[in-house]
Ligand binder design. Sequence first.
Ligand code: GDP
Ligand code: MG
Length: 295
Amino acid sequence: MPKATGENMRKTGFVALVGRSNVGKSTLLNALVGTKVAIVSPKPQTTRHAIRGIVNDPRGQIVFVDTPGVFDRTRDPLTEALNREVRGSIEGIDAIVYVVDPTRAVGPEEHRIMNLVQAAKVPTVLAVNKSDLPERERPFVYEFERLADKFRAVVAISALRTRNLKPLLDTIFELLPEGEPYYPEFQLTDIETKHWIEELIREKVFIQMHDEIPYSTTVVVDQLEKREDGMVSITARILTSDERHKKMLIGARGAQVKQMGASARRELETALQAKVYLDLTVEVDEHWVSRETHR
Ligand code: GDP
Ligand code: MG
């Protein structure tokens, strides 16, 4: 495919959701990310921040990340050192969505976060949340709106009712640099995804069993689904050609298979950005070789 240029160039970047607790950051993240599961390729991450969710769009990709510690620190005062720390902590972040709750007064904590956001020196969008509530329950809207010139944009949203999220996304895409997506987009239903998971588990088997059982094993994913609670449920079998290898793969009281399952699950959780339930068992399948060639 020809590389996109100019107006067709896609936008990609890391975006931090910042704000006091209970302003609606998690609700907003869920509303923006929806139910799509993005698979993160297992190559080293280009950011040192934890990824919270990914939005894929024809315009590009937004990677929402955590900025651990700094923005939810509760101590004062705002010092130069702290500013430096903020600059360090937002390294690699392309934009900030600063979420505020106009039902609560702008107190010292809000001012401190506001100052940190300003110190960050990356484009910031102010998202004034909870616009679904009646005006009388949002007496501090003006307090925030009058700060408009300090931000690249101010958007009134309702994370809960998913209102006005499109203008918010439009603004974020405008602010992001051009580039190809950091993380490839797959769906859980893709056959490649199933194979990718089988390979990932198989790799754990080889790492743990060393050369003891090199090529007499394969992995089959029988069931793969995202449950309503967001958890990804996987049923997989390690197939081996003989009974002796089966015993070794299971280990004493199931210790081996348990450990392989645990390390596979950890990597899958990072990659799928979801809690993963992995049911992993070991079976003898003498027809393993022919099955593999017929797949
Ligand atoms: P966080 O601490 O910033 O992550 O905030 P949460 O996302 O956990 O939300 C805190 C509370 O605010 C929850 O009870 C949400 O249901 C509620 N909330 C979040 N967004 C909205 C909104 O747009 N409107 C209203 N009315 N409530 C909201
Ligand atoms: Mg939260």
